[in-house]
Design a protein around this ligand. Structure first.
Ligand SMILES: N[C@@H](CCC(=O)N[C@@H](CSS)C(=O)NCC(=O)O)C(=O)O
Ligand SMILES: [Fe+2]
Length: 279
């Protein structure tokens, strides 16, 4: 299993979204489902602004120890925002915060199909109809837009890159802040469950091709950590610093309990959190 997880999956986009986008704020996504869509890879035109334009919040859902991340381009007139890995039971809290901050939520995204909680994306869409849900094509789940490795998700002048980081689930992706002059530095990687702080769901070394200064924001933490970096995890992650055989042995003997919500969470998350609707 491990060698497969180490493979690189970057792709060159072969087609792009048309310039006239029906999507609010002229963001990158312009095609609608039902066909899986690709995101425009064109870079946003750069201004001389600094990384201070990124508004960032790390939110926590205690029952599943899940982190939800809020990112927005605070310098853009419409303050477009996105949520990564929202949880259904904290949707009202998240939407209230977004309103208080004067942001316009445009994307509700998942790093993967979660097994331990129901995603908030469907509920968010029912409350804020113009929000579009996003998940990887490889996840097999339904959403408004499907991303693939190498795609870029623009919000205002900022964007996230999509990296394939399978292992925990086949369709796990990591969303990474752009490597460009006016993008936030250090880079930030939203790793889902692929890489946890001093742990992992399943490893994927693709994350470790990022600069050591890259900040790591996983989907869960069970020990009280909030953030790490590629350099720290390379040095101190008790699983990923082992050789392959030892790693396989550790992962085969985690003896984690069956996630309490898996029977409800996975079917729901395959349809964006609401079973009666497509997305
Ligand atoms: N007890 C929790 C489930 C905990 C769990 O299995 N966490 C997953 C990520 S959520 S799919 C995991 O990969 N954990 C790795 C670890 O080392 O803990 C519940 O019942 O929901
Ligand atoms: Fe998970």
């Amino acid at each position: 299993m491990l060698p497969k997880m180490l493979r690189f999956h970057f792709t060159t986009l072969s087609y792009f979204a048309p310039r006239a986008s029906p999507f609010p704020l002229s963001l990158s996504i312009s095609q609608a489902i039902p066909k899986p869509t690709r995101l425009r890879s064109q870079m946003a035109s750069f201004s001389s602004s600094s990384s201070s334009k990124l508004l960032f919040r790390q939110l926590f859902e205690k029952d599943s120890s899940t982190y939800t991340y809020l990112l927005a381009d605070a310098s853009h007139p419409e303050k477009p925002a996105l949520l990564i890995d929202p949880v259904d039971r904290t949707v009202d809290r998240d939407l209230s915060l977004i309103e208080q901050l004067g942001l316009k939520l445009v994307y509700a995204m998942n790093t993967h199909v979660h097994a331990d909680h129901v995603t908030g994306t469907g509920l968010i869409k029912s409350k804020v109809p113009y929000v579009k849900s996003v998940i990887s094509k490889a996840s097999g789940a339904s959403a408004d837009f499907y991303v693939e490795p190498g795609d870029k998700i623009h919000f205002g002048d900022l964007f996230l890159e999509v990296r394939a980081t399978p292992g925990h689930t086949l369709g796990c992706v990591t969303y990474v802040t752009g490597d460009a002059p006016d993008q936030p530095q250090p880079r930030m990687a939203f790793t889902g469950d692929t890489l946890l702080i001093r742990g992992c769901g399943r490893t994927d070394f693709q994350i470790f091709t990022l600069p050591k200064s890259t900040l790591i924001y996983p989907a869960h933490d069970y020990k009280g950590f909030t953030v790490s970096s590629v350099g720290e995890e390379l040095q101190y992650n008790p699983r990923l610093t082992k050789d392959e055989e030892t790693f396989k042995n550790i992962m085969a003997n985690l003896n984690l309990p069956y996630p309490k919500m898996i029977d409800e969470a996975v079917p729901s998350n395959m349809v964006c959190g609401i079973q009666s609707k497509a997305s």
